[in-house]
Design a protein around this ligand. Structure first.
Ligand code: S3P
Length: 184
């Protein structure tokens, strides 16, 4: 059976309404992995905001928190996001706290399509326990402390995450399903 191909250079998205796609959600929700896969499917560029901040600053995220503190990190997060709003055909994996300050969720909604990857605190805890990425906000926490932290922080952040145009189930949604959703 022949598979249908899009014409060369075109995207599998109908029309061009989704030229900037923001993936948002808690630490460990899979924004980077899904963002990378989605960008490949769409023929878009993929940008991981945390990696871009690290490249721009010439320091790791834990290093930035240590040297300058969270307030400076949040300011840089805002500056980078505003810069990214000038790019076209891009999937942006944001940091877990990005949508929750300085009305960055409002900026994302004005400039693109936002997708919240939703997961329960228990699933997030399991993923974060097994993650190799060093995250300053959860460093050194025991498993029970981690669950309590995630539960509290998620409650605080959910009103921002819920402003996303789409909410998807992080346990079952893959990049192909996401392309289908974006075409509906
Ligand atoms: C943060 C999440 C991290 C990173 C920083 C702060 C947060 O990104 O931006 O450590 O406030 O939730 P990930 O969501 O990619 O872990």
């Amino acid at each position: 059976m022949e598979t249908q191909k899009s014409p060369a250079g075109s995207s599998p998205l109908n029309g061009n309404m989704h030229t900037r796609i923001f993936l948002i959600g808690f630490m460990g929700s899979g924004k980077s992995t899904l963002g990378h896969q989605l960008a490949r499917k769409l023929g878009f560029q993929h940008v991981d905001m945390d990696r871009l901040i690290e490249e721009t600053a010439g320091m790791t995220i834990p290093g930035i928190f240590r040297e300058y503190g969270e307030t400076v990190f949040r300011k840089w997060e805002k500056d980078i996001l505003i810069e990214l709003c000038k790019r076209e055909k891009v999937v942006i994996s944001t940091g877990g706290g990005a949508p929750c300050h300085s009305d960055l969720i409002g900026i994302m909604n004005q400039n693109g399509t936002t997708i919240y990857i939703e997961l329960s605190p228990e699933v997030l805890r399991t993923r974060l326990v097994h993650s190799k990425t060093e995250r300053p906000l959860i460093k050194g926490k025991s498993e029970p402390e981690l669950l309590a932290f995630i539960t509290g922080k998620l409650k605080e952040r959910e009103p921002f995450y819920r402003k996303a145009k789409y909410t998807i189930d992080g346990t079952s949604m893959n990049a192909a399903d996401l392309v289908t959703l974006l075409n509906e």
